[in-house]
Design a binder for this molecule. Structure first.
Ligand code: PLP
Length: 462
């Protein structure tokens, strides 16, 4: 940490002058003071919040990492993007205390207009601001109930839509997230179209048909009074699953047949990450609502639901104190402008494809790599025991994550049961993207070689 920040911390919280600023020390303090959440402290050291530029971050020991997570798709512009400091200074006189839901302000109106203009569909749209992805989903659910007068929803397995209230009821990602909590919503569950693991084979069209037929059967059995179909346009937490375009198109048709709304959860896949503003555009589908968060706030809490107007007919139905206060809206407008000015969506499409092509060719001979898949800068590598059985291999996946972080100094994340995901910042350069691929491939080779060596020893032991 730089001296300035240590002095600042010391001024705020006296008694820090003699403490060792090491990961071990601060992890011990974190374990005592922070309630258990989603941190994996066995893998990730404490980040030095005073450094970091672009896709490079540092831990307290001074190690430099190539970041392929962008903070779980939050820092689309990387760390300290060009011009951000000057911009933050220019907006420092904004009144921060007047939240947009109670008092209109110009920045949040402009942001709503800009956001609505990015969404597909030739119909009038409006925007509802929130402070998180789960709350963007809650908003969509409440609006769908109001619009249809119904309360039953369709969601998929796997699916991740958040950890609170209605959003949690739609989530089916890991049992631990739901166990013991009553579910607040009636949900008809169907299999997400996941060609690599589709029971009837890997053909994308057949897989889409399978999931859609299953869904239609489930609705007939469980209730046709569906308010909304909620779907990730590209599955994130469940293992970076790219659904066939026919699946998303079939959901649009099903929603229309039922008189339900189609809600695209783009909290992870949106904001240009997949090479289009919204991942659902790859299927040429216009949903009735899009949920967005993560990258939208440029690192700060901001979510939104973009919906077919009017989302709510009656006033005072729904609101959030901190949503779209003017300073946050200005930062978000900066993010949108930066993405467009620097052609970052095109970068995600082109470089993302080149990275996946290289990963596929470099890892082609590796039996434990089941599949490399994704769109743009949303990439997943699924690990299996072997390609014939496709048995999940979480042990190998976890060892590769550790190898990446500890040895290759490559910051990556797990996803689903045995997938590793790469979510590079949209500003990633070709050199950085290819360097990440090289480091990743090295980690995979080292870990799979040791698996093979162990298997040989086991086979030769009488
Ligand atoms: C697709 C999707 N929806 C919703 C959420 C929840 O967002 P938040 O953590 O901001 O509530 C996430 C978070 O990972 C997500 O990936």
């Amino acid at each position: 940490m730089n001296r300035d920040q240590i002095d600042l911390l010391q001024w705020l919280v006296p008694g820090l002058q003699d403490v060792p600023h090491s990961s071990l020390y601060w992890i011990e303090r974190a374990q005592r003071s922070l309630a258990v959440s989603t941190q994996d402290r066995d893998v990730y050291p404490v980040v030095d919040h005073t450094r970091g530029k672009g896709v490079w971050l540092h831990d307290l020991e001074g190690n430099e990492y190539l970041d392929m997570t962008s903070g779980v798709a939050v820092r689309a512009l990387g760390f300290r993007p060009e011009g951000i400091r000057e911009f933050e200074q220019r907006i420092s006189d904004v009144i921060e205390e007047l939240p947009g839901h109670d008092f209109d302000n110009v920045p949040h109106i402009l942001l709503a207009e800009r956001l609505a203009a990015t969404a597909p569909g030739d119909f009038a749209k409006e925007v509802f601001f929130t402070t998180s992805g789960a709350r963007a989903v809650e908003t969509a659910v409440k609006a769908a109930m109001d619009q249809t007068g119904r309360q039953r929803f369709v969601a998929f397995r796997p699916a991740f839509h958040g950890r609170t209230g209605y959003a949690l009821a739609l989530t089916a990602s890991k049992a631990v997230q739901r166990e013991g909590y009553p579910q607040a919503l009636a949900v008809v569950r169907a299999p997400y179209a996941y060609p690599f693991r589709c029971p009837i084979g890997e053909d994308p069209q057949a897989c889409a048909r399978y999931s859609l037929d299953y869904l239609r059967g489930a609705i007939q059995d469980e209730g046709t009074d569906i308010a909304g179909i909620v779907v990730e346009s590209l599955g994130g937490e469940g293992g970076i699953i790219v659904p066939p375009v026919e699946f998303l198109q079939g959901l649009r048709e099903t929603a229309d047949e039922l008189g339900a709304v189609l809600i695209a959860d783009e909290v992870q896949s949106g904001m240009g990450r997949t090479g289009r503003w919204w991942a659902i555009e790859h299927a040429d589908v216009a949903p009735d609502m899009i949920c967005v968060a993560k990258s939208l706030g440029g690192g700060y809490p901001l979510g939104a639901t973009i919906g077919r107007a009017p989302m709510f007919e009656k006033p005072s139905r729904h609101s959030e104190t901190f949503a779209a206060e003017p300073r946050q809206a200005l930062l978000s407008l900066f993010v949108l402008r930066f993405i467009e000015e620097n052609h970052l969506i095109q970068n995600a499409a082109k470089l993302g494809q080149a990275m996946m092509d290289r990963l596929r060719s470099e890892l082609a001979a590796c039996e434990q790599v089941g599949e490399v898949r994704g769109r743009g800068f949303m990439q997943g590598i699924e690990f299996v025991d072997d390609r014939r059985t496709k048995a999940y291999n979480p042990g190998l996946r976890d060892r590769i994550v550790r190898n990446c972080v500890f040895k290759q100094k490559l910051w990556v994340l797990g996803s689903g049961r045995s997938t590793i995901r790469l979510l590079p910042a949209l500003v990633t350069s070709e050199e950085e993207g290819m360097e990440a691929v090289d480091r990743f491939v090295r980690a995979v080779r080292e870990e799979t070689r040791s698996v093979e060596a162990a298997a040989k020893v086991a086979a030769s032991t009488p």
